[in-house]
Ligand binder design. Structure first.
Ligand SMILES: *Cc1c(COP(=O)(O)O)cnc(C)c1O
Length: 345
């Protein structure tokens, strides 16, 4: 991949801010270079701008070299960076599957980049030919999400590979829900596709949405450019320490995932038995897309009972659908109990 032809010229030639912490890396006993307060250690010091300790741990865990990892304030940061690095405002465009995660379009709108949607088929599958057909000479990136939000299914692997092999620009595969999926991650194929960016996050399986920590995995050339453009100290010290402690708890995360997968099938079965439920779609994620008789009415009824689900009634292909996150066994029981009392018309 000739990356230079895909990166905005001003970004390619950008001379990044050189922080005190990046100019001197090494051991010393007296730090008088960053105008920090010498008291209140360790939080008086600026954090590692490239978060090497965390990345080394993630590298070992995921089997990806640390140089191919970018850490952001949620996945939202790398999503925004993709636009800022590759897309010239008011000139370039991206192509994305529809329906999918709302932030892709919001970031496109903020960056004034045209957002071209390609509808999934009735089974929520991606048509590689249709996606490639939507590409023009100003298309810089294609956004795919697998397992997809809000549909819950994994995208057909052969279709994703076809897009990766045919389109020469950036292909994003958002794997926020990969830990709940039976499908293998595209991380294992990273070395085969220099144009691939895989997104993962601590917000779902890792139970850490509150700390805002997302990961992007890509060719080290792409990661270097992201590092140039990001805020120098985007990931604070508390978050880096917290991430290291969570990475020691991978067994706990595995146990949560196993429990949530078991609850997902129990909840799907319980919902399918309810007269108001028309269809529970297959899910590879920690939520169920459920078609009901009256989505907006059901949504409001559940709100009154103090139970909040996501109303997807107005989303492409999701008419009449609610997106229901898998909760604890007790939370799921309360949901089913409330829905049992809903009368069909
Ligand atoms: C929840 C979610 C994310 C996570 O975003 P963060 O900013 O990391 O919390 C990313 N992509 C999709 C598709 C999601 O549903």
């Amino acid at each position: 991949m000739d990356l230079k032809t895909w990166v905005r010229p001003n970004i390619w030639s950008l001379k990044p801010y050189s922080s005190a912490r990046s100019e001197f890396k090494g051991e010393a006993s007296v730090f008088l270079d960053a105008n920090e307060n010498p008291y209140n250690a360790p939080y008086n010091r600026y954090p590692d701008p490239l978060q090497w300790a965390v990345k080394k741990r993630i590298a070992a865990f995921k089997g990806v070299p640390a140089e191919q990892i970018f850490l952001g304030v949620g996945s939202d940061e790398p999503i925004d960076l993709i636009y800022r690095v590759f897309c010239e405002p008011a000139v370039d465009n991206v192509v994305a599957i529809d329906p999918s995660y709302g932030m892709y379009q919001v970031c496109a709108d903020i960056n004034n980049v045209a957002y071209k949607k390609v509808q999934l088929d009735s089974e929520f599958q991606v048509d590689a030919a249709a996606v490639l057909n939507a590409v023009d000479e100003r298309t810089k990136a294609i956004f795919l999400c697998s397992p997809n939000n809000p549909t819950g299914n994994s995208l057909d692997r052969a279709a994703v590979e076809k897009i990766l092999n045919t389109f020469a620009g950036i292909v994003v595969v958002d794997e926020a829900y990969i830990d709940f999926s039976t499908q293998p991650s595209f991380l294992k194929s990273l070395h085969r596709f220099p144009n691939l960016i895989v997104l993962q996050t601590f917000s779902k399986a890792w139970g850490s949405a509150g700390v805002r920590l997302g990961m992007a995995f890509a060719d080290s050339q792409i990661i270097e450019i992201f590092n140039k453009v990001k805020y120098p100290y985007n990931i604070n010290r508390l978050t880096q320490e917290y991430a290291l402690s969570m990475l020691e708890k991978a067994d706990q995360v595995k146990a949560w995932v196993a429990l949530l997968l078991q609850e997902r099938s129990l909840l799907a079965a319980a919902l399918e038995r309810l007269p108001v439920v028309k269809k529970v779609y297959p899910s590879d994620a920690n939520f169920l897309l459920v078609r009901v008789e009256d989505a907006s009415g059901t949504y409001r009824y559940l709100v009154e009972k103090g139970i909040i689900v996501r109303n997807r009634d107005n989303i492409t292909l999701c008419m009449g659908c609610l997106r229901i996150t898998i909760g604890t066994p007790e939370e799921n029981r309360q949901l089913v109990e409330a829905m049992k009392n809903l009368k069909t018309k």
